[in-house]
Design a protein around this ligand. Structure first.
Ligand code: SF4
Length: 361
């Protein structure tokens, strides 16, 4: 069995080490590139959303590297994510001998545990449980690095160094063999970042980055928007993190301690009174909280044609109007260009800096 899986943000290195620690062979797809997107688009229905197309490209590139087993995730059917697995399984099956495993995000821990026991029959229950908890720990530690990058980056004289440190630290954490090693690497990198921040730095503008899960987490899909904002001296706050999500979906959910819908519904009232699928409710709930907390702007990023976020977009426009908050809407697809994105982000940052500067300008 040689496994491949879709890439998303910093998910791949900890997952690869989890599998390899159990002696499972991996044929990881290369980092997402123009070719990945073109390949995926070629083998996808035209109107389907970007995460489907990119993950399809990942699978095809993984198969080119000799994979015979695909492992992916599927949702509970509240948006198109619910049928990704079945449609991709059917599309990829033509003339190929491949096994396709779809882990349901509503029972992720149980599905993942069962899959690993099957893929590594000699490993034993304890090794499998340890490998899962180590992978989740690594992802949460990388979350902490990303948060530190977003905080210290705009306060540093050279934001690029903080961004590079975050990349380096994520690689170190992914290699960690124990909780202690992971904690050590995380704390060391965060301390170095803090030391590079200027004590006399002015308070940077704060922007909330909300929207669809995959686009927020995958830098190729959002054109490295967080780094672009940090380089322009903006503090970016995100509410979606790979590690936080993995922790909630494995451990918290398994023990009945996780109910995202209830939490965000309470935050989103009175602009939303129900779930609209995908991450729409979360986009509205977190935006409203940020508006009330005096953020300087909101960026709403999502794949072109994503229905939950299109519904959320209307509520976000109302929130922006009611609170006098600049709102940038970024709808991305396989044709999104770096230049177009950069121009819009620069114009938005200019707008919030002028607004924040107020009477000083
Ligand atoms: S949330 Fe939107 S983009 Fe993401 S899978 Fe669902 S429909 Fe597609």
């Amino acid at each position: 069995m040689k496994i491949t899986y879709p890439g998303m943000g910093y998910l791949s290195p900890p997952v690869r080490h989890m599998l390899e620690s159990l002696a499972i062979e991996v044929a990881e797809a290369p980092p997402i590139s123009k070719r990945t997107v073109e390949l995926g688009t070629l083998h996808s229905p035209e109107g389907v959303c970007l995460p489907y197309k990119i993950s399809m490209g990942n699978f095809l590139e993984g198969l080119e590297r000799g994979a015979d087993t695909i492992v992916t995730m599927c949702g509970a059917g509240k948006c198109r994510f619910g049928f990704f697995g079945e449609v991709q399984r059917t599309a990829l099956a033509h003339g190929r001998e491949i096994a396709f495993w779809s882990l349901n995000t509503e029972r992720l821990l149980a599905d993942l545990y069962r899959f690993l026991l099957r893929a590594a029959p000699g490993a034993g229950c304890i090794a499998v449980a340890r490998s899962i908890s180590l992978a989740v720990k690594k992802l949460r530690a990388i979350d902490a690095l990303s948060e530190a990058r977003n905080y210290y980056g705009p306060r540093a004289a050279a934001p690029g160094r903080i961004i590079d440190l975050c990349e380096y630290g994520a690689g170190e954490i992914a290699l960690g063999g124990s909780f202690a090693e992971i904690n050590y690497s995380r704390d060391l990198i965060v301390d170095i970042m803090a030391s590079l921040a200027r004590a006399d730095a002015p308070e940077p503008p704060r922007v909330a980055l909300v929207g669809e899960f995959y686009v927020l987490l995958e830098p190729y899909a959002n054109r490295w928007i967080e780094n672009a904002l940090i380089r322009q001296g903006v503090e970016v706050k995100t509410f979606v993190h790979t590690g936080g999500w993995a922790y909630a979906k494995t451990l918290l959910q398994a023990f009945g301690l996780y109910n995202e819908e209830r939490e965000y519904l309470a935050q989103a009232r009175p602009y939303f009174s129900g779930h609209v699928g995908g991450d729409g409710l979360k986009s509205v709930g977190t935006s409203l909280q940020c508006a009330r907390q005096g953020y300087d702007g909101i960026i709403h990023a999502f794949p072109f044609g994503c229905m939950p976020e299109i519904v959320a977009q209307y509520a976000l426009k109302n929130i922006a109007a009611d609170y006098g908050l600049p709102l940038l809407t970024l709808s991305v697809d396989e044709h999104a260009s770096d230049v177009g994105m950069t121009t819009r982000i620069e114009a938005f940052v200019d707008c919030i800096k002028r607004k924040k500067g107020g009477s000083r300008l």
